[in-house]
Design a protein around this ligand. Structure first.
Ligand code: HEC
Length: 241
């Protein structure tokens, strides 16, 4: 959880403006009587991200390398796009967020959460809400609700200006760096030690980048990242060096 500070952007909460906007979208699809997984319907509006932040702090993790300063970022976004957070188009922007984002581009820590409260495309979300409300069997993949224009700022797509080496850092280093558990096979491929990688390991990485997204061996894992052919080729060219 990177949003330890109130108002905890991206978390359901009926006591914050952003949290209420997210709850409204949730209730538009799910009503107020439907449980969410094991969470009873009556409990959903009582969601309190402050308790989660307290829990993480009590466990000794108050010091985070990549704190998302919720209050500052939300204020900067609103100054640029006053209809936020209820309406997230046009997109917002925040210089505080941009600094945080740059740290993740440089491979210092995991991707920063999106600068705006909502990550959804309002047209797609309205459509999928009606598909969901029409009941089962579902006729479409209702997860397809992301705002395409914001994918790189959400961390799913790369920053468009990166070269091959920078792409490997942003796209792979989160899971492939020397600070992680060295005893598992994932650590055979380390982006922060690329100059010491064997030719065989680099070739394996090229193979894994070239796999289709329909296999679990595909790198980077499609659940976390979506890359186009140009970006894959830039990384491959770097690994061939
Ligand atoms: C979200 C985490 C994650 C990201 C991001 C990620 N990987 Fe992986 N990678 C894994 C895990 C977990 C494994 C071990 C399981 C496996 O082999 O599939 C792995 C395994 C590998 C291996 C095999 C290592 C070996 O010798 O067995 C290679 C090569 C690899 N990844 C390359 C990449 C490249 C290149 C990228 C970026 C384009 C990338 N990975 C991004 C999690 C990730």
């Amino acid at each position: 959880m990177q949003e330890l500070e109130a108002p905890h952007t991206h978390w359901f909460s009926s006591t914050t403006e952003g949290g209420s906007a997210l709850l409204a979208d949730f209730h538009a699809a799910h009503g107020t009587a439907e449980p969410y997984g094991p969470i009873p319907a009556a409990m959903i509006d009582h969601s309190d991200p402050g308790l989660m932040a307290d829990f993480i702090t009590a466990a000794g993790f108050a010091e985070q390398p990549n704190v998302f300063h919720s209050a500052t970022i939300e204020a900067e976004v609103k100054a640029i796009a006053p209809a936020q957070p209820a309406s997230n188009v046009p997109k917002g922007w925040s210089t505080t967020w941009a600094d945080l984002y740059q740290g993740s581009v440089d491979g210092q820590f995991i991707p920063a959460p999106y600068h705006d409260v909502k990550i959804t495309d309002p047209t797609k979300l309205a459509h999928m809400t009606s598909v969901y409300r029409a009941g089962s069997p579902l006729t479409e993949d209702i997860r397809d609700v992301f705002l395409d224009d914001g994918l790189w700022e959400m961390g799913f797509a790369p920053l468009p200006t990166l070269d091959g080496h920078q792409l490997l850092v942003q796209q792979c280093q989160q899971c492939h760096n020397a600070r992680l558990d060295p005893t598992i096979t994932r650590d055979h491929f380390l982006v922060d030690q690329l100059d010491q990688m064997t030719r065989d390991e680099k070739d394996l990485a090229i193979q894994r980048i070239q796999l289709g997204v329909d296999t679990r061996l595909s790198m980077p894992p499609p659940l976390f990242r979506s890359l186009d052919d140009r970006e894959r080729q830039l990384m491959i060219d770097e690994l061939r060096r």
